[in-house]
Unconditional design. Structure first.
Length: 320
């Protein structure tokens, strides 16, 4: 998309993987590579009480990469595990509508605070560049000139966004998953879901969906619940193959017992029952990613209009 505020600093595409020709590399028309190198740094410092969670965030450059390739201006970008709001903040800066949900109330409040700060910063930039010609603007702000002059986005649309209505705090994952996402977000509206779900090892006892604050019911239940969440989200996605899902995820090595939890592979197995799996992009992190690896996967899907029969009935959470 040529109307985007591209800022892929920290992302390097590998365009010649094992000397495979470009036709074979382009498994999806939007991508020219199956491997990207990412500088593993985050842009915003968290308050002291969240310091232990610094390592669980991906950088905004990763969100920028996928949002620019898979969406257009004013599209809805959704993160069902919003965390500290990285996906939502970058989506907003690119002229998209940020929607999401976060279980933890303190993290949710921090997201709202950061979204307001992002909007304030964008207003300051707009006031500085609105009357200047493109060639008289700092290169750092030239993308914003394109953004604010796009006929699908404007400073008024930015300031009309009600983040309290767009981002939800929801603790329904403690119990009945049927209550989740029962909000004002219309069906057939989301262009891109981009997220990294909370991870779980095979032998973990805690429930990842409650920020590990309650006991869970095992790895199989976790996968079943994750499937239920995306079945609930499916109608919200744009239909007729006009929407995408990107899941950043890793397999997990346990150095104590040398057991690998194939989390990325297991998650792909369940999501491929709901969406059309396009392929994976291998993300090489600098420095290392963690969890015993220097890489993770971005699993990319396109929304099927028709749900496979095996998934039509959905899955019920066994959480009590």
């Amino acid at each position: 998309n040529n109307d985007n505020n591209n800022n892929n600093d920290g992302i390097i595409e590998v365009n010649d993987v094992n000397n495979v020709d470009d036709e074979n590399i382009c498994w999806c028309g939007e991508f020219e590579s199956t491997i990207i190198h990412i500088e593993n740094k985050v842009e915003q410092t968290l308050p002291e009480k969240f310091k232990d969670a610094e390592h669980i965030r991906y950088p905004r450059s990763l969100v920028n990469y996928f949002v620019n390739k898979l969406t257009n201006m004013n599209d809805i970008v959704y993160d069902p595990f919003s965390g500290f709001g990285t996906s939502l903040l970058e989506a907003l800066s690119l002229g998209r509508k940020p929607y999401g949900i976060e279980f933890d109330k303190e993290r949710y409040e921090l997201i709202l605070e950061h979204l307001e700060e992002e909007r304030k910063g964008m207003n300051l930039i707009y006031n500085e560049i609105k009357d200047k010609e493109y060639y008289n603007i700092s290169p750092d702000y030239q993308g914003y000139k394109n953004l604010f002059e796009n006929n699908k986005f404007s400073i008024d649309k930015l300031n009309d966004m009600n983040f309290i209505e767009m981002v939800k705090n929801n603790d329904s994952l403690r119990g009945d998953l049927n209550e989740i996402f029962d909000d004002d977000l219309k069906d057939d509206s989301i262009s891109l879901i981009i997220t990294s779900p909370p991870y779980m090892n095979k032998f973990d006892k805690e429930n990842p969906f409650t920020n590990y604050s309650t006991d869970g019911n095992g790895y199989d239940c976790y996968l079943n619940d994750l499937k239920t969440i995306f079945l609930k989200l499916k109608p919200k996605l744009k239909q007729n193959h006009d929407s995408f899902i990107v899941i950043e995820i890793s397999n997990l090595k346990n150095h104590n017992n040398h057991i690998v939890t194939p989390l990325a592979f297991d998650v792909n197995a369940i999501l491929s029952e709901i969406f059309h799996f396009i392929g994976e992009i291998i993300c090489i992190w600098h420095p290392d990613y963690g969890y015993g690896y220097n890489h993770s996967f971005c699993l990319v899907y396109r929304n099927n209009t028709v749900l496979p029969k095996s998934s039509e009935s959905g899955s019920q959470s066994s959480e009590k």
